[in-house]
Design a binder for this molecule. Sequence first.
Ligand code: ZN
Length: 353
Amino acid sequence: MNIHYLPVLIPILFLMIWLEWQHNKEEHPDTFRFESTVLNICCGIIERVFDLYIYIGIYFLFNFLQSYFGLFELAQYRWWQWLLCFVGVDFLVYWYHRGGHVINFLWASHVTHHQCEEFNLSVAFRNSVLPNIFRAIWLSSLAILGFPAEMIIISLTVSGLWQFCLHTTVIDKLGPLEYILSTPSSHRVHHGQNEQYLDKNFGGFFIIWDRLFGTYAPEIEPVKYGITNGFDSVSPVKAYFHVWKDLFLMHQKAKTFSEKINIWFGTPADFYTSYKNELPKKQTPIIVPPSPAIIYGITVLLIIATALTMGVMACHEFMSNLQLFLAASAIIIFAIAICAMAERKRFFAIFSD
Ligand SMILES: [Zn+2]
């Protein structure tokens, strides 16, 4: 299965981000900050590169499960099978996403998506790599039901494209659609750290799951974006691993087996309340506003990194394993280096925070 039609979509997604920036820059300049947008884009680049490998594994896993354990004949690609598959994917994504907010080891990998204190389309790019693996394992139940790998992956991709469009402040409430679909308004609530918005609106394509299972909250007061503990860094390494680091630190200090289990499977709210005084105090970095030269230079580097990523995504089937590994590694190092430049740090300093 060729899933690498995605490179064609990337320029369209960037065009949408640019149009949103143009729309917001005069009246709502606070919706974009240079450093966090760079980190959002670099996380997206790193995720796409890892996905070249992850999707091969996912496709193999789904295909294997459907071929050998598929309970029903659901691979005739009839319209109702597509519909069932899409609704099934969305239902499972709701529960996976809900787990990602209330179980520590899942939150450690989902937190990356919630760190940004601005809200714009580029936030959709900011994801860690591990959720794609955890989510695939969770979705493999659909392959066991009998849905073919292509159907599950395409449903997931369509849902992902819809979710990209939700990360914006440009679109207000959408009337009756708010009752059925996840919308920019309901998703802004999901990214809020306001007390009444915490752990709400997990839906991917449909919001009906939140309404059914009691996790829906409408957008009422202005949203304060980001995570309650704060995050102010441009390092993808820190963005991916800071909660993992907290969990490992407390795991080492925990005295009983049940305490260790609770560290990994308890809720983030309990974890950060219980260990507030034991975790290292955060240092707020001093971020000097970037000069125009830095902005232009980094923008050019981002364009090059994005073009290289698209090139590898389009051509990876013609590359040897070694060539792909070297190209993927080079792009990841390049993306981390761009973030270090955006934070005005030396390359290796980004690993030592
Ligand atoms: Zn979330």
